[in-house]
Unconditional design. Sequence first.
Length: 211
Amino acid sequence: MTDDVALFNARAAAWDASPHRRKLAQDIAVAMERAGLFRQPVPDALDFGCGTGLLTLELSRRCECVTGLDFSPGMLAALDAKIEAAGLGNVATILADLAAGDPLPGRYDLVASAMALHHVAELDAVLKRLFAAAQKGGRIALADLDSEGGAFHDDNAGVHHFGFDRLELADTLAGIGFTDIDAVTAAVIEKPAQCCSVRSFPVFLMTARKP
C-alpha cells in the first residue's frame, strides 16, 4: 500500500463531513450541464478519482450508467455503502491505480474528475490513460483548482500539484490528442486565511473531446 492510498483510506470516514465538498460536487455538475455535456444521452460515464462518490452520485442522475474509479479501498467502501443504501442499479465502482498501469475494463462516453488531478503525481501518464479510456467522440470534464501556491490545503500530504494553470493544462490535453478544449470557472471556494480574512480559490471545469 502506498502512502497516498493509506492517507485517503484514513480520511474516508470523515470525507463527506465537509460542506464545501458536497456543494462543490453540485456546482461542478451544474457547470457540466451548462457546458452541454448532458444534452445528448450519456450511456457510460467514468468518475476518475471518485473518492466517496460525491460527483459520481450527481452523474448517476444525469447519465445512464456511471462508474466510480479510485485507488483507495476506503473511499470506495464509503461509495459502495451509498450505492447499496440508495439501491442504485446504474452505479458501479472500480478499484484501480491508473498511474501504476492498472487496466480499465471499458470505454466511456464521458470521463469526469473532480478535485482529483492535484493528487496525481504522474499526471501526464494518467491523462493519456483517460484519453485511451474515452470513446471516439467522447468528452472529458476535469474540475480542479487554479494555481494557488499551496495555501488551499491545511495539510499538503498527498498533494502533488498546487492547482493548475489553465493554459498549460489545455496545452497538455491538446498534446495528448484532445480537441475542442474549453475552460470555465465552475465554483469558488472561500476559506479562512490569516487573521479573520477569507481567501477565494477558483475551481475550473475544463472540457474537451476525443476526435
